[in-house]
Each structure stands twice: as C-alpha cells, then as structure tokens.
Ligand binder design. Structure first.
Ligand code: 5BU
Length: 277
C-alpha cells in the first residue's frame, strides 16, 4: 500500500472518511500552507490580534485556552469570527488525560466551552482506551450539535527530552486510533507512524493525519527540555502539519516569520509528494 504521505492533500481529501479532515486538507491546498501556529498568549486582545495578523498564512490556530487570563464570550466570539474571516481551524492543545467521566465534562461544557469552538482537540492514552471512548461518545451523542465538525488527535509522542511517550505507549496509541477512525483523525507525533507495528492491519482507506509540535527554524531547543526540528525535517519525516509557537509569535515580526514557515513547510511538502509546482 502506498504511503499516504506521498499523496497530495487534495487527493487525500477526496477519500478521507472525516469531513473535518477534508476541510483541513482543502484549507491547506487553497492557502498553500501546512502551518499550525501555537498561539500561547495570555490575553484575548493579543490572541485575537495574532489570529487576525497571521490568519492568512496558517491552516490551524492552536491554543492553550487556559493561559488566557480574561477568557470569556469575547474570546470565543472573536476566535470564531476570525476563523471564518481567514479560513483556518482551531486546535485546543488540551491533552485530556483523566477518567472518561471527567474528560467528557472538560470537553463539552465547563468553563472553557472547548467543544463549542475547538475543531480539533487531543488526548493522551495514558489512562487507556476509555478516555477515547468517552470523547467519541460525547461527540457522537444525539444532543451534540457539532457532529462532523469536530475531531480528536491522540498524543502518540512528545517532543521533550526524556519523553516517556515512546515504544509500547506509542504502539498502543496507534492501535487505539485504528479502532476509532472517524472522530480520531490522527496523532500528535514527531514523524509518520505508518511503520509502527500493531496487531491491527492497515486498511486501504486508513489515513492518519500527523501534527508535529516542536518546530523552529532557528533554535534547537529551550532550557526546559523542549527539542526542535525544522519545518523541512518535520515534513520529510512524514508530518502533515507543523506546529510552531515561539518561532512565530515571539519573533520581532510574526507575519514575516509565519511566511517563512509557510514557505519552508510547503516546499518540503511539494518535494515529498514529488510535485514540480
Ligand atoms: P514552542 O514555542 O514552538 O516551543 O511551542 C510548542 C507548543 O507545542 C506548545 O504549545 C506546547 O505545549 C506544544 N507541544 C510541544 O511543544 N510538544 C509536544 O510534544 C506537544 C505539544 Br504534544
């Protein structure tokens, strides 16, 4: 079976079973970007200003919404209108990791109203498959009004030095994802996970999307264990969307910076699919 990472976003959009992924791939193609900015900002004004400024150059706006000290209706309404204006999706990097009953409440309702605005969320499988079943149950419930517009990534690896999300943990993450394709659309990982062996053989239409954090064009890491790779390296290793935070929002000129990430990420993608564009 051909590796999905050699195919274009457009051709993957045609066959993907998730309508949200179709939309994500369409955005990537239309805007020629595979950049997900990690907007780790501390107040609504800064968050919305960044989203408006770099919106034209990104496919996904990743948040840690619990960092936003004045989070409220203005945050949600502002984010939603900017995602329509600039055509990008939201990924709340919440990393759910608890018992099913708790994560259902953290996801849907709760102080941060995550399901109302975040197209994509992520969860660790440290607690086992039950956490994924719980989120699937909520997202497929009869009273859930965002059906087909929401998706989940499983945290399969982490970028930090000494990460324990390796080996058997990563294989279990892949196996669990295979059993929940649809709402589970892929992984947060440093590379393609197509080569990870599990007891469940890949089906023809299996197509997990890889989001890769820890991407920076000019730094190798920080003083707290973060480890970076470049946009080019991430895409070459099979990432579909590159997540960059401080490399963009903390640079002197975030718009100029995001354009460089966009260009490097897109060129690496074109090279990977063998396009002459
Ligand atoms: P940075 O400023 O580009 O280092 O920010 C990286 C972001 O990606 C930050 O929001 C992290 O929480 C997030 N992240 C990560 O760095 N590494 C991981 O393995 C995962 C998420 Br999962």
């Amino acid at each position: 079976m051909a590796s999905k990472s050699t195919l274009s976003y457009a051709s993957r959009a045609k066959t993907h079973r998730s309508s949200l992924v179709k939309k994500l791939f369409d955005i990537a193609e239309v805007k020629k970007t595979n950049v997900a900015v990690s907007a780790d900002l501390r107040n609504t004004k800064d968050l919305l200003a960044l989203a408006d400024a770099i919106g034209p150059y990104i496919a996904v706006f990743k948040t840690h919404i619990d960092l936003v000290s004045d989070f409220g209706e203005a945050t949600v309404a502002g984010l939603k209108s900017l995602s329509v204006k600039h055509n990008f999706l939201f990924f709340e990097d919440r990393k759910f990791v608890d018992i099913g009953n708790t994560v259902q409440q953290q996801y849907h309702g709760g102080a941060l109203r995550i399901s109302e605005w975040a197209h994509i969320v992520n969860a660790s499988v440290l607690a086992g498959e039950g956490i994924i079943e719980a989120l699937v149950q909520t997202a497929q419930g009869s009273d859930f009004q965002y059906k087909d517009e929401r998706a989940l990534l499983i945290l399969a690896e982490m970028t930090t030095k000494g990460s324990l999300a390796t080996g058997a943990y990563t294989s279990s993450a892949v196996e669990i994802a295979k059993r929940h394709q649809g709402f589970v659309i892929g992984f947060v990982a440093t590379r393609s996970l197509e080569s990870v062996r599990t007891d469940i053989p890949a089906t023809e239409d299996e197509d997990f999307v890889i989001f890769t954090a820890g991407v920076n064009r000019s730094s190798k890491g920080d003083k707290l264990g973060q480890q970076y790779q470049t946009p080019k390296s991430a895409i070459e290793r099979g990432s579909d969307f590159i997540i960059a935070g401080r490399g963009i929002y903390a640079s002197e000129d975030p718009v100029a910076s995001v354009k460089l990430y966009q260009e490097e990420g897109w060129q690496a993608y074109l090279a990977r699919i063998g396009s002459k564009d």
